[in-house]
Design a protein around this ligand. Structure first.
Ligand code: XLS
Ligand code: CA
Ligand code: CA
Length: 440
């Protein structure tokens, strides 16, 4: 049966198209710096927001109208799976992502949970034989069930730690079985509410131990996916341990894990951490640790994790700038960890939302590529730091200066001449590129 009978495969029709069910800017085969848009952006659909979420909020029930709503339990899981592969095909996306809990129901018995999972994983494996859409990453949900109320690998309860290990062990096996290119660790409830009851040192040490065990097990079973940590500063706990990329790097280095992990950076989480999306991408990139992206946007007026579909062209442009500078995303991709609003309850809204997100990143990729080609920012930045390419600046960079030499130099200076940072002009130039380049 068809779950989305009102929608056909979405195609590129160009910027003048009035067809809502067509891409205006995302042209999968168009080349950006030697890669097709499809290969560069590697879009993924998130299973949880698209097929599992129903539009509930703290004030009300779900609003979404879905063909599979009449089922429950494993029948619901199977109907959702059928709908998902129809959706992937019609959206023509190369990837999808899921939590174990999204694809198969959890029960109080771990044995039964794994049995449910095995049954659905076997079905996914079958779909993957013919589907173009592959698994970008999977992960374990270790935050929804009450057992995780004080965290998983950072729980004060060793039984919970063991349970979490069993879930991730299974997740790694599933990832290998389905050919996942990455495995994601988002902290969930790995954080704390108050120091009055928390042994932070033990919790962090345990988290380090947990990640080492995961690395060892993946190696043991020959699962070569890239491991990714997804930082988030707060929500659900007040203090999340993986606050932002910089905190994540410090953690990974402290526990000797920095060569095993990269980062999955979510736009909305960057904002919650008081950063911009591009800041987080940049920090990861300059450390060689930009792995994958959860492409969404937050709302500064709300201040929580709203997971909206990305439509802000400034943000997509600056994000694509970092991604292009990174030489692409390697085994990562742009995963729409984004949900349609509660009022957008039609199944068709799922298509319209993904089109909006993909078109926004397509515009971003074109504009960013042109900015790079024309060296707009590169030349400006090179000039701004030119004092470090000659004289005393070059000595500093080459390690030929110490406080004696610098002090002697400074004492002889009669005046210091700074140059303008030209922020406003650079922003106007960005506008000019956005307006002139976006149509392709
Ligand atoms: C929640 C996170 C989560 C991760 C995967 O805020 O974004 O959905 O991406 O567990
Ligand atoms: Ca996410
Ligand atoms: Ca989020």
């Amino acid at each position: 049966m068809s779950h989305f009978q009102n929608v056909n495969t979405i195609k590129y029709e160009g910027p003048d198209s009035k067809n809502p069910y067509a891409f205006k800017y995302y042209n999968p085969s168009e080349t950006i710096n030697g890669k097709s848009m499809e290969e560069l952006m590697r879009f993924a659909v998130s299973y949880w927001h698209t097929f599992t979420a129903g539009g509930t909020d703290p004030f009300g029930e779900g609003t979404m109208v879905r063909s599979y709503d009449r089922y429950t339990g494993m029948d619901l899981a199977k109907a959702r799976l059928e709908a998902s592969f129809e959706f992937f095909e019609k959206m023509d996306v190369p990837f999808f992502c899921f939590h174990d809990y999204d694809i198969a129901p959890e029960s109080d018995s771990l044995t039964e949970t794994f049995k449910n999972l095995d049954e659905i994983v076997a079905m996914i494996k079958d779909y993957l034989k013919t589907s173009k859409t592959k698994l970008l990453w999977n992960t374990a949900n270790m935050f929804s069930h009450p057992r995780w109320l004080s965290g998983a690998a950072t729980s004060p309860n060793a039984d919970v730690f063991a349970y979490a290990a069993a879930k991730v062990k299974k997740g790694l096996e599933v990832g290998k079985e389905l050919g996942a290119e990455n495995y994601v660790f988002w902290g969930g409830r790995e954080g704390y509410e108050t120091l009055l009851n928390t042994d932070m040192k033990l919790e962090l040490d345990n988290l380090g131990r947990f990640f080492h065990m995961a690395v060892d097990y993946a190696k043991e079973i020959g699962f070569n996916a890239q491991f990714l940590i997804e930082p988030k500063p707060k929500e659900p706990t007040k203090h999340q341990y993986d606050f932002d990329v910089a905190t994540g790097i410090a953690f990974l280095k402290t526990y000797g894990l920095d060569d095993k992990f990269k980062f999955n950076i979510e736009a909305n989480h960057a904002i919650l951490a008081g950063h911009t999306f591009e800041h987080e991408l940049h920090v990861a990139r300059i450390h060689g640790m930009l792995g994958s992206v959860d492409a969404n946007q937050g709302d500064p007026l709300l201040g929580w994790d709203t997971d909206e579909f990305p439509t802000d062209l400034y943000s997509t442009t600056l994000a694509m700038y970092e991604i292009l500078k990174n030489g692409g995303l390697g085994s990562g991709g742009l995963n729409f960890d984004a949900k349609v609003r509660r009022g957008s309850f039609d199944p068709e809204d799922l298509f319209l939302a993904h089109i909006a997100g993909m078109d926004s990143f397509a515009v971003g990729s074109r504009v960013a590529q042109k900015l790079i080609e024309d060296k707009v920012l590169d030349n400006f930045i090179a000039d701004r730091y030119s004092s470090f390419r000659e004289g005393i600046g070059q000595d500093i960079v080459e390690g030929k200066a110490d406080f004696h030499k610098l002090s002697e130099y400074a004492l002889k200076l009669d005046k210091i001449e700074n140059i303008s940072g030209r922020q406003e002009n650079l922003k106007a130039t960005l506008n000019q590129y956005l307006l002139n380049v976006s149509r392709g």
